[in-house]
Ligand binder design. Sequence first.
Ligand code: GAR
Length: 195
Amino acid sequence: MAKLKLGVLGSGKGSNFRAIADAIARGELDAEVCIVISDIADAGILTLARERGIRAEFVHPGRFRTKMEPDREHHLAQLLRDAGADFVVLAGYMRMVKAPLLDAFPRRIINIHPSLLPAFPGLDAWKQAVDARASKSGCTVHYVDSGMDTGEIIARTEVPVLADDTPETLHARIQSAEHNLYPAVLAQLTARAPR
Ligand code: GAR
């Protein structure tokens, strides 16, 4: 049976992408990453992909800060389609997704967010949790819609917030949870998906 193909989008260092690639290599996730795309030319996620022999592309986002310009997002969607992506996996992709991509991959775009959604959507969710003196936070995998971290929730992992946590120590603990949750959720989704 053909493997399901994942197109991964990220803006940062790519530790979630690495966790996904490692789970595939260990045989725990029956899929393949067909392309990795970033809106940041020198993002670590692109380097990690190239080191693994995976196609890695930078797509200039245009002049907007929180989303791609529509023609750039059309180009992004076309790259994903041409690469044969079945699912689009957002792994630290720091822009809102809009119609060009949402329409090209209906209910096929997944994101991981570093909080227990609906709490603390948006930027620096780990800092929001520390600032709010929350007793717990965590991470959430959800379908992506046009809102900010508002799509249907698929799974969450809870992580304690300790009294002496800084934003950095909390984010590190949340990231450990992310690296287990994301590959596990993708394994369930891909096992169920028609191919
Ligand atoms: C992750 O913690 C992810 O949850 C977060 O960015 C980090 C990327 O790390 N995403 C968001 O905040 C999206 N709203 P990584 O590049 O090491 O995977």
